[in-house]
Ligand binder design. Structure first.
Ligand code: NAD
Length: 473
């Protein structure tokens, strides 16, 4: 029998256990996983002190020096890819394929910033002066993370902070702490002690990070409700803050699409990772003239790809919902659809599905526009399919007051697709493809979906002060 893996808070490059531990529930089986140490207030204070000490020298390193270290961090991910993926599979319920994506994409993020970073820029030059903008680090960054892609969503904050010369303390979600903690543990010895640390804890630790004067910036990914609390708390110490929050992406399907190609793409956009993607397609608007055929094909595409499997190595497309809290949210939305008599054309079962957090892919035809399923983020495997006939009308319905993260549009007429894309109020719009963030491109939500953004070169700006050097001529 394999020995149980051990997990530690990492403070100043040292492994630290705790008297208090918690165990995550395996979403596939309902079994309890390994004990995980909960960081104490003292652990947090020690981590902040270690980071502040490390910052004095780390902040003076050059971009190429830091990029070389990012390459070594990529090497850690590569060398331990299977170990990390197997931990991710247990804590998230992901299949091996999905867990591998979490590790591989994190390596891609490291590689991108290992070769791309902010450069000094001449902002003005005339016969009197030359102005050079340079980008200096902020100090210690607190990275507060969600559970749906534990490594990718922590890693983007970590590599952004590190390449710009900041120290970083990561707080993974208490639903998925293990892989992130193991990764920081495996990375020990590469960066100076105190530069890259991890603490396990819940809302109270997150709140403490937002309030501590020794933390210069919070990068937060999670729900809109928590994001508002984070921003309010950060205001008290004037911390810099980046919020990556919930989306409720509209997907507009035009009349002229090639259904053979577009139906599988929309199914993937809506049900990838069982719908637990911030930019999943969450409301599908299909042109009335092809609605019935589209719906029939979508049901056929998705049907039969669900099966309760306790082993993520089996070739199943759908995994479970990650945790009990989210399971209850999604279940509540499906129950609401049933109670209100909406037309459930696939799935809909919420009971008798094993001990884990299993819910089958559920498709609801034409629920009312003001239903909970359409107006609120479901973040799970239930998808409303709506219809439209007038372009202005579908754009009006797509554009919500309370969300604007991503969107997608499918049309064989690229001019029409672009025209609609430009009018959709979202931080990113994907044309003729499902929404998939690209580490090389800026990613942000508008309206309630976020504040600032990450990824791409532009994403690094929020991890720095831009300082102008004014030279005389
Ligand atoms: P959540 O808001 O419940 O928790 C996120 C993190 O915040 C966790 O680490 C949690 O412990 C911590 N936290 C809780 N209360 C806090 C407080 N008062 N102060 C500081 N930290 C606190 O979100 P979640 O359920 O983990 O994540 C799912 C949500 O994240 C979905 O809405 C999804 O759309 C969104 N999301 C957004 C993006 C994006 O890039 N925009 C990416 C992934 C997920």
């Amino acid at each position: 029998m394999q020995p149980e893996p051990q997990f530690y808070n990492i403070i100043n490059d040292e492994l630290r256990g705790s008297e208090s531990t918690h165990r995550v529930t395996d979403p596939r089986t309902g079994d309890e996983l390994w004990p995980c140490p909960v960081a104490t207030t003292q652990d947090f204070e020690d981590a902040v002190a270690a980071a502040q000490k490390a910052f004095t020298t780390w902040s003076q390193t050059t971009v190429p020096e830091r990029q070389a270290l990012l390459l070594r961090l990529t090497g850690v991910l590569a060398a331990h890819a299977d170990e990390l993926a197997s931990i991710l599979m247990k804590e998230t319920g992901k299949s091996k394929i999905m867990a591998d994506i979490d590790v591989q994409a994190s390596m891609g993020q490291c590689m991108y910033y290992a070769h791309n970073a902010l450069q000094d820029e001449v902002q003005h030059e005339d016969e009197h002066s030359r102005v050079v903008a340079t980008h200096i680090p902020l100090g210690t960054v607190g990275a507060i993370c969600p559970w749906n892609f534990p490594l990718i969503l922590s890693n983007i904050k970590v590599v952004s902070a590190l390449v710009t010369g900041n120290c970083v303390i990561v707080k993974p979600s208490p639903f998925t702490p293990y892989a992130v903690m193991k990764w920081v543990e495996l990375s020990r010895g590469i960066l100076p002690p105190g530069v890259f640390q991890v603490l396990n804890g819940g809302a109270d630790l997150g709140a403490a990070m937002t309030e501590h004067p020794g933390i210069a910036k919070i990068s937060f990914t999670g729900t809109i409700a928590t994001g508002k609390r984070v921003m309010a708390a950060c205001a008290r110490t004037l911390k810099k803050v980046t919020l990556e929050l919930a989306g409720n992406d509209a997907c507009v399907v035009c009349a002229d699409v090639d259904l053979d190609r577009v139906v599988p793409a929309v199914a993937s956009g809506g049900f990838f990772n069982a719908g637990q993607v911030c930019v999943a397609s969450k409301r599908i608007y299909v042109h009335e003239s092809i609605y019935d055929e589209f719906l029939k094909r979508l049901v056929r595409e998705v049907d039969g790809k669900f099966g309760i499997q306790e082993d993520g190595y089996a070739p199943s497309v759908f995994g479970p919902v990650d945790n009990k809290v989210q399971f209850d949210v999604v279940k509540g939305i499906v129950e609401d659809c049933k109670n209100k008599g909406y037309d459930i054309v696939l799935g809909g079962k919420t009971e008798g599905l094993g001990k884990g957090f299993w819910l089958p892919p559920t498709i609801v035809s034409k629920p009312p526009e003001d239903s909970v399923l359409v107006q609120e983020e479901q973040f799970g495997p239930v998808l409303p399919i709506l219809s439209w006939s007038d372009e202005d009308d579908v754009i009006r319905r797509s554009n919500l007051a309370n969300a604007g993260l991503g969107a997608s549009v499918y049309s064989s007429d690229l001019a029409q697709a672009e025209r609609i894309a430009r009018r959709l109020e979202a931080g990113g719009v994907w044309i003729n493809q499902p929404e998939r963030p690209n580490a090389r491109a800026y990613f942000s939500g508008i309206k309630d979906s976020g504040f600032g953004g990450e990824m791409g070169k532009q994403g690094l700006l929020s991890y720095t002060y831009t300082k102008c050097l004014h030279f005389p001529k």
